[in-house]
Design a protein around this ligand. Structure first.
Ligand code: SAH
Length: 229
């Protein structure tokens, strides 16, 4: 069955170049993923299509209002009639995005991603309208669009059939609690820098052992924290 990702944003054009290339394009072309955009401004009820207002309590900064989000979500629900939607808010306060979180999110065939802006979004959105909040890291972006692009990219390559070889996804960093092993390609020698001899040996057992050793060694050196989990 096909996956759909519905993106609620005030900047739908921001996604064009990223989504029309590489893996995300392939996922759509293979009909394994359908991405729909809903412009929050289309669901406002004021002449200027404004989606924000000053923060109650003062302190400056504009806050994205709940009403356009609510009305847009209602439209998505109508479009999906009885099909279940799982609603995600991109937010620096959300669960940090990891490979395993992405796999869990993929259990839902129809996702909704809400992109905030300004100081953030009215807290009632997160309280009453959202199933889960996801963060792409401990830093502040100006808006949820780039975070949504990151999430869509991570999800798209996990959809069965999108990436040609299953093993190339399964062996990647973080999939088995380890970083990926090093990869080399032609030429065998560049300046005086050589490809490790074992990879040219044709001995698959040795190659496999070497790769596992390298992955473990790299993880110990660079990301000890991964080994603890
Ligand atoms: N004032 C808020 C930040 C608002 S940033 C706070 O301090 O928590 C504006 C919007 O950008 C957010 O609503 C969210 O949608 C998006 N955003 C910012 N940083 C993000 C991150 N690290 N991960 C996911 N979304 C993020």
């Amino acid at each position: 069955m096909r996956y759909t990702i519905n993106i609620l944003t005030i900047f739908p054009q921001a996604f064009d170049s990223v989504f029309s290339q590489s893996i995300i394009r392939i996922a759509q072309e293979k009909n394994l993923l359908k991405i729909n955009f809903y412009n929050l401004r289309d669901y406002t009820r004021n002449k200027h299509r404004k989606v924000d207002a000053p923060s109650y309590g003062g302190g400056g900064g504009m806050v994205m209002q709940i009403e356009p989000v609510y009305r847009t979500l209602a439209k998505v629900k109508r479009d999906f009639s009885s099909r279940k939607l799982y609603v995600i808010l991109l937010s620096p306060q959300g669960k940090p995005l990891t490979q395993s979180l992405a796999r869990r999110l993929l259990r839902h065939k129809n996702l909704v991603l809400i992109c905030g802006h300004y100081e953030g979004i009215d807290e009632r959105v997160r309280k009453y309208l959202v199933d889960e909040e996801v963060s792409i890291g401990d830093y502040i972006l100006s808006g949820g669009e780039i975070a949504a692009m990151v999430l869509v990219d991570v999800l798209a390559r996990l959809i069965p059939g999108v990436v040609g070889k299953k093993s190339s996804v399964e062996n990647e960093s973080f999939e088995k609690g380890l970083l990926d092993w090093p990869h080399y390609t032609r030429p065998q020698r560049f300046k005086n820098w050589r490809v490790p001899q074992v990879l040219l040996s044709g001995n698959h057992k040795k190659i496999s052992e070497w790769r596992k050793g390298q992955a473990l060694g790299k993880t110990k050196r660079l990301r000890k924290d991964l080994l603890r989990t």
